[in-house]
Design a protein. Structure first.
Length: 575
């Protein structure tokens, strides 16, 4: 699949002004006031004559995911100074999916992606940074930062704060996903209260993002594959001292990127996006990657549709044995050699565009050649011996999902499932029914009015999906929703149904007791009803009152697009 891509930055890099933004705000007698303000923060004349590099991170005390980022930023700043730049640190927000899951707070999660992008964009535009380093970890921070970098289109690089270490419980590696599954087991009487507490005490042993190939680690890999992060920089865990060395190196690299004048839009080609999607498919990564990569493509002006994910996944074998569908945590992938091992496998098998450019100046293939695989590792299988012949991402369409729906398959789920609709108009209502033992084998749990507009915010549903699995129903119950899932979700769980029920999509027509047909080989998701009956039911449908009429959630609901378009906010866009 190799193709030749013109190296970005060469033409502009030869004469690129390394102070292309900052000299406007800092140079000349008329800018004495600006310089006086900055001198009040500790900068001197020499500092202000150097290129100004923003260092944006998402440190916050509401989760372990981003807890190391203030410290990591100091190493990045050290590298920037050593390479001749002046760093200016800034902080943005983050929402923990793992903490807010199953509550009204979960609606804030996807919306935080937009707020992160907006806030970093505003600071960088306002203070006219010459370049920027974005440091993220939890689910929405990396894509939020990437959106900002694309909008700004100044020399940039992304750095992943790192995965959490796995916990250990009864001799097995565990992550927060196991806690959510244990909640279901506890409600079914399969685990004692004492055991549940013992598990929660060890599942998250320190700083770092959730420890499987869940959304955070999926997007970290995707950003390496797309070329915005240096290959191999994501793999070391958050608490590993190598992460700090990488931070300093990234600080030095941003100065080289600035010197060469390489811009995010130079890197983000159609081929780069296909490489990122292939990496997600090969590793069994999160369905949230569909939302995030579609959003980035929209921002970059790259034609990309939800159907492209299915086509790329069909040609990409799943060969990484990573949680939630596999055995290993992200830490184990690092022990095996990290992301470069996956990349080299794909280069050697012709599964990626070898000549796609990366932020360091190396092509994808050149970056992958630096892989150092640990002998005897079995986290990353040979491509010729995959866990599954096709990738984990599958796009379904049908009469209740005409614009698409997303499911992640590992190969052990039933290919065809015909079941009885159990309809719930919110995630909490469905979760309560599961915990109360009201869901039975053969049921299809239908959760609606949780889409981008209807929620608003398209909340994740790890609580309910993990409870289904924890109760032993993972093989006999399916779930469909216009909401979305945690990267830790496993089982026949279908999300992102578009158009959503909240704007009158056909999911709103499904009734309790209807027959739902899921046919993954045929890529179909249907309710067993004639089109005339669906139309009749929809003709009687009336919109629900908005859940929020003011504030950030109301603004989001008014501006957001549908899931098949990335759930991005657009001014004047007809949702």
């Amino acid at each position: 699949m190799s193709t030749t891509t013109e190296r970005p930055g060469t033409a502009q890099g030869a004469g690129f002004d390394m102070r292309h933004k900052s000299r406007v705000i800092l140079d000349g007698n008329d800018r004495a006031g600006a310089r006086a303000m900055l001198k009040g923060t500790g900068f001197d004349d020499e500092d202000l004559k150097r290129p100004i590099i923003g260092v944006a991170h998402c440190w916050i005390e509401t989760m372990p995911c981003n807890l190391n980022q203030r410290e990591l930023a100091q190493y990045v700043k050290e590298g920037i100074r050593a390479a001749g730049g002046t760093p200016q640190e800034l902080n943005t927000i983050s929402i923990s999916d793992g903490v807010t899951m199953g509550t009204e707070g979960m609606k804030a999660s996807l919306i935080s992606r937009e707020v992160i992008a907006d806030s970093v964009e505003l600071v960088a535009r306002g203070h006219m940074f010459d370049a920027i380093v974005g440091i993220g970890a939890c689910d929405k921070t990396l894509p939020g930062l990437a959106l900002a970098l694309i909008r700004l289109n100044i020399p940039s690089v992304l750095l992943y704060g790192g995965s959490i270490m796995p916990g250990h419980f009864h001799g097995e590696e565990v992550t927060v996903r196991h806690v959510y599954e244990a909640i279901g087991a506890n409600s079914a009487g399969k685990m004692s209260d004492e055991e549940l507490v013992a598990l929660e005490n060890v599942a998250c042993p320190g700083a770092g993002a959730c420890g499987g190939q869940y959304t955070a680690n999926t997007m970290a890999m995707a950003m390496e594959f797309i070329g915005l992060s240096p290959m191999g920089s994501a793999s070391p865990p958050a608490v590993d001292s190598r992460k700090f060395a990488i931070g300093k190196e990234v600080g030095e690299q941003i100065m080289d990127i600035l010197r060469r004048g390489v811009l995010p839009r130079d890197i983000l080609t159609r081929e780069a996006f296909e490489n990122a999607i292939a990496g997600v498919a090969a590793s069994g990564g999160s369905t949230n990657s569909v939302l995030h990569l579609l959003a980035l493509a929209r921002e970059a002006g790259i034609p990309l549709t939800i159907d492209d994910f299915d086509q790329i996944s069909r040609r990409t074998p799943l060969f990484c044995d990573l949680m939630p569908g596999g055995k290993y945590a992200a830490f184990d992938l690092d022990l095996a050699g990290g992301t470069p091992v996956v990349a080299k496998r794909m280069v050697d098998a012709g599964l990626v565009y070898n000549d796609a450019m990366t932020v360091t100046g190396k092509t994808f293939a050149e970056a992958a050649q630096d892989a150092k695989e640990t002998p005897g590792q079995d986290v990353v299988h040979p491509v010729s011996q995959p866990l599954k012949e096709t990738g984990g991402l599958v796009i379904l369409k049908g009469n209740i999902a005409p614009n698409g729906a997303v499911v992640k398959l590992f190969g052990y789920e039933p290919e065809r499932f015909v079941g009885t609709a159990r309809v719930f108009d919110s995630e909490p209502a469905a979760h309560h029914a599961v915990l109360e033992g009201k869901i039975n084998p053969g049921d299809v749990v239908v959760i609606r009015y949780e889409g981008p507009v209807g929620g608003p915010g398209m909340q994740e549903m790890l609580g309910v999906t993990a409870s289904i699995v924890g109760q032993g129903l993972g093989d006999s119950v399916a779930l469909i929703t216009d909401g979305r899932f945690s990267g830790a979700t496993k089982g026949l769980m279908i999300g992102h149904i578009a158009p959503e029920a909240g704007i009158g999509g056909p999911l709103a027509a499904v009734q309790e007791g209807d027959t739902i047909i899921i046919d993954t080989p045929a890529r179909r998701l249907d309710v067993d009803l004639p089109e005339e009956e669906i139309a009749r039911r929809l003709s009687m449908w009336t919109p629900r009152p908005p859940a929020y009429t003011s504030g950030v959630l109301a603004k989001y609901a008014a501006l957001v697009t549908q899931a098949n378009d990335g759930a991005v906010t657009r001014v004047g866009f007809d949702v």
